[in-house]
Write a protein that binds this ligand. Structure first.
Ligand SMILES: [Cu+2]
Length: 148
């Protein structure tokens, strides 16, 4: 019991740390993912990040829906799509960072269950200064575009 109280106190201290002030400055919009096809175990999530605070860096992602989540970039090399893990994504005040098909994305590896149209799942974004921000990712098809 005593340990529990101590743990609670530590959590309270963490919440009152200066980092908490920055999280409110970060805004995540339009978080979505495509439904997975067949038995696919991997998926990708997309979203838009902006901040009204200080420059920050998105350094990690996680979701209970996936065994592992990574930040990836995608580039075309001689007509071949290449995905690479990236260490961090820079966020600058006044500039939206878009994670979108064909570019930066959140890679979801080892999905616990298929991503079904209309469902949602939580995604936690960890920022270097702002700390953790949790969003709900909506599973839908690309708005106004053909699924590919
Ligand atoms: Cu990827």
């Amino acid at each position: 019991m005593k340990r529990l109280i101590l743990a609670g106190f530590a959590a309270l201290l963490a919440l009152s740390a200066p980092f908490a002030a920055f999280a409110a400055d970060i805004k995540i919009d339009d978080a979505w993912a495509r439904p997975t096809l067949g038995q696919a175990r991997n998926g990708a999530a997309y979203l838009t990040i902006s901040t009204t605070g200080t420059p920050d860096r998105l350094v990690a992602v996680s979701s209970p829906a996936a065994g592992k989540a990574e930040l990836h970039s995608m580039t075309m090399n001689n007509n071949v799509m290449q995905m690479r893990p990236v260490d961090a994504i820079q966020v600058t005040p006044g500039t939206e960072v878009k994670l979108q098909p064909g570019g930066l994305h959140v890679m979801l590896l080892d999905l616990k269950s298929p991503l079904k149209l209309g469902d949602k799942f939580p995604l936690t974004l960890k920022f270097e200064r702002g700390g953790e921000v949790q969003v709900q990712v909506e599973i839908r098809n690309l708005r106004g575009g053909a699924a590919h």
